[in-house]
Design a binder for this molecule. Sequence first.
Ligand SMILES: C[S@@+](CC[C@H](N)C(=O)[O-])C[C@H]1O[C@@H](n2cnc3c(N)ncnc32)[C@H](O)[C@@H]1O
Length: 269
Amino acid sequence: MMQLSDSDFQRMVRFMHDNYGINLTKKRQLINNRLALSLKNQGYSSFTEFVDQLISKKDSHQIDFVLSKLTTNYTYFMREKDHYDFFMNVILPDITKKNEAKKVLSIWSAGCSTGEEPYNISMCLKEYFGASAGAWDTRVLATDISPRVLSQAKDPAYEMPNDIPSSWKTRYFVKRNDGSGLYTVTPEIRKNVIFRTFNLMDPIRFKLNFDVIFCRNVMIYFDHPTKDALVNRFYNATKKGGYLMIGHSENLSKDCPYKMIRPATFQKK
Ligand SMILES: C[S@@+](CC[C@H](N)C(=O)[O-])C[C@H]1O[C@@H](n2cnc3c(N)ncnc32)[C@H](O)[C@@H]1O
């Protein structure tokens, strides 16, 4: 089996950290085990050859391949449900009041994987606004670094989620007509989400600042300085009074600029 040398390991760790924020310093065995066979099947004769190409070409498919082997895109509907409850019961009443004049909300699902999170947010929005949904622009920006997961998100094919209210199942899911037995989401939910490829290491330059940023279970791969720098960029891209949601197993450093208002939920005061 191909073996990863010290120098190829170091080159890969540096490249993935500097460009994608991913901290692989403790993942040497994982890299070796997860990549060796696939690289051999792809025709590489050594890790050196692969790492040389990875660094020189920065090919998005190769990057996606490495990310898919070494990180997880795991996600599901109603993940950390109390975030959605708080979003509907507290955040939405607050931000709709603040945006009553323009009737535009700006919400970002950063690290959206295969789309369950931004579609789930859209379902919450539809439930909250009910008949007046049409009067508001509530489109959700959904970004991920991986073109592979984004193409799945744009053509949803899900098992029917267990934990979703049964009325939502009939309102927001329809069976795909490809014989797979899987479900897609209804056109009104689908068209409320705008998917874009975006590397969270890049400067944040979207048109609007955000009322709410969901960045849940993404920063788990980042070391402290990378995470702190990203949280500062999020802060600058958040409206005053706006919110940041992170995963419940994550935390932010004590001197982060947001104020923690409940576990895993922060506000720009
Ligand atoms: C575990 S999924 C989280 C999905 C969803 N937010 C949730 O909580 O269920 C993490 C996602 O973060 C994305 N990701 C990792 N590093 C990234 C980066 N530097 N820029 C953008 N997305 C990144 C991955 O591609 C993956 O789809």
